[in-house]
Design a protein around this ligand. Sequence first.
Ligand SMILES: Cc1cc2nc3c(=O)[nH]c(=O)nc-3n(C[C@H](O)[C@H](O)[C@H](O)COP(=O)(O)OP(=O)(O)OC[C@H]3O[C@@H](n4cnc5c(N)ncnc54)[C@H](O)[C@@H]3O)c2cc1C
Length: 420
Amino acid sequence: MKRLVVLGSGTAGTMVVNKLRPHLDRADWSITVVDQDGDHLYQPGLLLLPFGVYEPEELVKPRVRFIPDGVDLVLGEIDRVDADTNSVHLADGRELGYDYLVIATGTSPRPDQTPGMAEGEWHKSIFEFYTLDGAIALRDKLESWDGGRLVVHVVEMPIKCPVAPLEFTFLADAFFAERGMRDRVEITYVTPLEGAFTKPIASRHLGGMLVDREIAIEGDFVVDRVDPDARTLVSMDEREVPFDLLVTVPLNMGADFVARSGLGDELNYVPVDKHTLLSKAHRNIFAIGDASDIPASKAGSVAHFSVELFAKNFLEHVHDRPMTHPFDGHANCFIESGHGKGLLIDFNYDTEPLPGKYPMPGIGPFTLLEESHLNHWGKLGFRWAYWHLLLPGRPMPVPALMSMAGKRREPLDTVSSPER
Ligand SMILES: Cc1cc2nc3c(=O)[nH]c(=O)nc-3n(C[C@H](O)[C@H](O)[C@H](O)COP(=O)(O)OP(=O)(O)OC[C@H]3O[C@@H](n4cnc5c(N)ncnc54)[C@H](O)[C@@H]3O)c2cc1C
């Protein structure tokens, strides 16, 4: 009997067990998936919860509901992996042996890594929305806040869903406008990047949208500390950004057990081949989703597309055949832009987000790098697709590899900022 152990039953780990169980004979293979708790959180909903679009209970379902027959779900905190003896140790002393291991334990916000952040002003004037508790606390704050200096801030890249802080900024602009108090709120977007996003064309486009909305950008801002008493962000080069309300995306890091096991880089991400997701150090360990160090966005869409190819590669690998389905870094993300509109971006390791139509060339119905109401409805509709198609590993009507069909290559100068 061969043993496959999957660490983490979030977006990627759940899809992995659903994709692989039908193809691994039950007489020959056991599959176990481990997670620290029993609740599956739909993380994209955390962006909208602070604005009252979702209630917390709409974003959480029991994990067990998405685990197929023939897969054991073990609940417990992973303490470390011993790659020499092929075993996983849980914090409560349990031990799980494996022949193949898939690490899918994601990445988490770590406010403790920035001095002054998670201290006296935490959940008073300093908030985040990357956890359920954080998003609920921020919703309660926004409900009663009567204006001042709002600073939306990213500590360091990479973060999961790199467009989420921008989306939060656009939604905040619209939220305050709809409440008739936009003139009482000064919004500043503070980022360690030079511009609004990591890729030049999208950065120019999204940066233009910030300017249109009279949102200031403070770029190249490498935060050194938060001064909670003075309510100020301080950078390494001693620039200061004062705030009345700070919405930060703290440093994102992979799970601590990855570091304890000697399997991670300085941010606890597992170094893997970017096409096969096979560990660079161990022939029987893969890392998938946000837990790996691949140079793609940390996003559910990347988890989804990569699992499709990983499942085929894994079956070749365990039969000692070369893996013939290279992953291309394909990512796509809806970007909420406020007032019931959104954009869509679609890209991979080699091609940055371009304008055009998706998924059907010329037809869409979604528009790339351009605001539309349909894109917004696409984002809202995705929650249904996540629970009913994506997690159970059912086919989705989009290809795993990125396609150039429907995309227009345009020089930077011709990309204008959109009409509102
Ligand atoms: C606000 C927000 C908005 C987002 N919006 C989008 C979007 O619009 N589109 C998009 O594609 N993506 C979006 N994402 C990103 C997406 O949710 C993640 O990229 C995706 O969930 C990654 O899947 P994963 O399986 O790698 O990690 P996760 O889904 O985070 O799963 C990791 C699992 O590992 C478990 N785990 C971790 N450590 C341990 C341990 N020590 N012991 C036991 N279990 C452990 C956790 O409990 C968790 O269940 C968003 C994320 C956030 C926070």
